[in-house]
Structures are given as structure tokens and as C-alpha cells.
Design a protein around this ligand. Structure first.
Ligand SMILES: Nc1ncnc2c1ncn2[C@@H]1O[C@H](COP(=O)(O)OP(=O)(O)OP(=O)(O)O)[C@@H](O)[C@H]1O
Length: 311
């Protein structure tokens, strides 16, 4: 597992990671979210000992990265899939990594198979597509069969089949009991992949919650309704001159072609209200904000601040 405690990083007196505290637990995929520049990559680099914290610490399986006896056996990372020696073959690249970390050579073929690159093992990396490089980066992360995995934007540049592959792989790795931390800007993908979310903005922790809990807390729930006689529904929910919907404590808005979205009440109450007023409904559906909408609502302040700051 990864334990981050009071982690802080300043560059030239500017705080880019600000007193972060959270854990990445085994057995779950933790999504790491935040607007551009929020400090996700910096946090990951601090966990991997590639940068020194100004204050606080990040521990991987109880120790700072620099004190791990066999780092690749403890934590596998995919940070920048472009940063590979193009002249090497995929097999050569992994063989070199395995040898320099005291890992058995047989792992090279195993991980190449696991990421679907067995047939490309002998080809030079410079001829690889971005998707193939991402797969090779994942292979390198898996080489030491580590209990902790850390991936920065692993689906970048992948086609739908590749994205699906990463999703299944990460979920399988977590199901095996590993701790998986993954950052991505693709919210739909995160909603499908991550059980838990850590959200940061301007270097600070904004949320640390189960994905479903995060959406419940920060997203809105609306009830969409349509009636056989739209005018009757309009009169009930939101006549502009007289607002009977408002009288019922509902917040109703007409959305398109006679459909209304109502918040502030359970669907049962809306159905009962319609029935009591002789309004026959033919559509009533609960609509919950997506992770993207919940995320945009919660990080709006953070984004505005940065837009102002850079203006
Ligand atoms: N070596 C460095 N020197 C100075 N500033 C840096 C350095 N590394 C990162 N920063 C700054 O730290 C802030 C956080 O950057 P970081 O890359 O961690 O954000 P991020 O959340 O990963 O963003 P993105 O989603 O765009 O990848 C940015 O303002 C960046 O310019």
C-alpha cells in the first residue's frame, strides 16, 4: 500500500503539492483526479523518489522508495511511455530492466505475453505506436510482480480496445490484492475503472471517497418527466406567472420538447402529485450526474483560481 502523509512540494517557493494525506489501499483501484497542473504527476514522482518532498513523506509498503531493497518488486510505475530508448527492442529493453534489478529473465516473456506484445518482442521501440509504447510501459511496471502499481495517464493514446484492455487489467490486478493508483482525465473511463477516488486541486486534497459516494455527494439527481398533455404538466410544475411547482417545494425546469427535470423530490412524490392533479405521465426517470459532471462541479473553484492566476 501507499501511505502519503503531509506531503508537500514547493518549486521556487510555489506550492504545487500542499499537505496531502491519503492512502492507496490494496485490493482496489484508486483513481487520482485533478485539473491540469493540480499536482498529480508531482505526487507520483515524490512517491517514486524521483523528487524530494519539501515536507511530509510518502511510504510504499512502509518505507520511503529510496529505502526499498528491491524497488521493482515492490512498486511498478508507468509515468511517461515516451521516455524509452528507441534503438532497443521491446525484449531488449525489458531484459536490461530485469537484469539491472535482479529479476529473472523469464519474467520478460511473461510480461510481454501479458500485455499482448509477444509478437512484437524483437521489434525496435522507435517503430512502436503510442499504444504499443503504453503496453510496453505497463509490461515494465509488471516486471517485478509488484504489490503496488502506479500509472500516470495509462490510457493516453490508446484506441477503444486498448482502453478496455487497461481497464480490465487494472481491475484484475486489484482483484489479486494489489494497490493500484491511476490518474486519467477520461472521466467515463475512471467511473468504470476506479472503486475509489482521490481528487486534488491546486495541490490540495479535495476528496477521498468511494467513486459512488463521490458522485452521490457532488453530483445532482434529477427526475425527468413527460406527460401525455404537456401543457398540464407545465401548469403543474412551472407556469412562469404562477409557479405551482415551486409551491410544492420542487425545483423544476423545462428541458426539451415538453420534458421537465425536477429536483428536490423522490420520483414517488412527483408521480403522486401528477396523479392527484390528473396529469398522466408516460416517462419518469431518475437521472444522476455522471462522474464528469460531479467532478466539474467540485473542481470548478480550483479551475477558476488557476484561470485567474494565469490571466
Ligand atoms: N520540476 C518542476 N519545476 C517547477 N515547477 C514544476 C516542476 N514540476 C511540476 N511543476 C509545476 O507543478 C504544478 C503541478 O504539475 P503536475 O505535472 O504535477 O500536475 P498534474 O496534476 O500532473 O497536471 P496534468 O493533469 O496536466 O498532468 C504545475 O504548475 C507545474 O508547472
Amino acid at each position: 500500500m501507499i501511505e502519503i502523509q503531509g506531503l508537500t512540494k514547493e518549486y521556487d517557493g510555489r506550492r504545487v503539492v500542499d499537505d496531502l494525506t491519503f492512502e492507496v489501499r490494496p485490493g482496489v483501484v484508486t483513481g487520482f483526479l485533478g485539473p491540469n497542473g493540480a499536482g498529480k504527476s508531482t505526487t507520483m514522482r515524490l512517491v517514486l523518489g524521483l523528487d524530494r518532498p519539501t515536507a511530509g513523506h510518502a511510504l510504499v509498503d512502509g518505507r520511503p522508495y529510496a529505502e526499498l531493497p528491491a524497488p521493482l518488486r515492490t512498486v511498478g510505475a508507468l509515468l511517461d511511455a515516451q521516455a524509452m530508448h528507441g534503438g532497443r527492442t521491446a525484449h531488449g529493453h525489458l531484459r536490461w530492466l530485469a537484469a539491472s534489478n535482479g529479476l529473472p529473465a523469464r519474467r520478460v516473456d511473461e510480461v510481454l505475453g501479458q500485455v499482448g506484445l509477444a509478437d512484437a518482442a524483437g521489434r525496435r521501440i522507435r517503430g512502436f505506436s503510442l499504444g504499443m509504447r503504453q503496453r510496453l510501459g505497463v509490461a515494465a511496471a509488471l516486471l517485478g510482480d509488484p504489490p503496488v502499481l502506479l500509472l500516470d495517464e495509462p490510457v493516453n493514446g490508446l484506441d477503444p480496445e486498448g482502453i478496455r484492455w487497461i481497464r480490465t487489467l487494472l481491475r484484475d490486478l486489484a482483484a489479486e490484492g494489489r494497490a493500484v493508483l491511476v490518474s486519467s482525465h477520461l472521466m467515463t473511463e475512471m467511473a468504470l475503472t476506479a472503486d475509489h477516488l482521490v481528487v486534488i486541486g491546486r495541490g490540495r486534497l479535495l476528496a477521498d471517497a468511494a467513486t459512488s459516494e463521490f458522485i452521490d455527494r457532488h453530483g445532482r439527481t434529477r427526475i425527468r418527466v413527460r406527460a401525455v398533455a404537456p401543457a398540464k404538466l407545465a401548469a403543474l410544475l412551472g407556469d412562469p406567472g404562477h409557479d405551482p411547482g415551486h409551491d410544492h417545494g420542487l425545483d423544476a425546469t423545462e428541458v426539451d420538447g415538453g420534458a421537465w427535470e425536477v429536483s428536490g423530490a423522490e420520483p414517488e412524490r412527483i408521480a403522486a402529485l401528477a396523479a392527484a392533479n390528473g396529469v398522466v405521465l408516460y416517462e419518469i426517470a431518475v437521472q444522476q450526474d455522471s462522474l464528469e459532471e460531479a467532478f466539474m462541479r467540485m473542481t470548478a473553484d480550483s479551475v477558476e483560481y488557476r484561470a485567474e492566476a494565469s490571466a
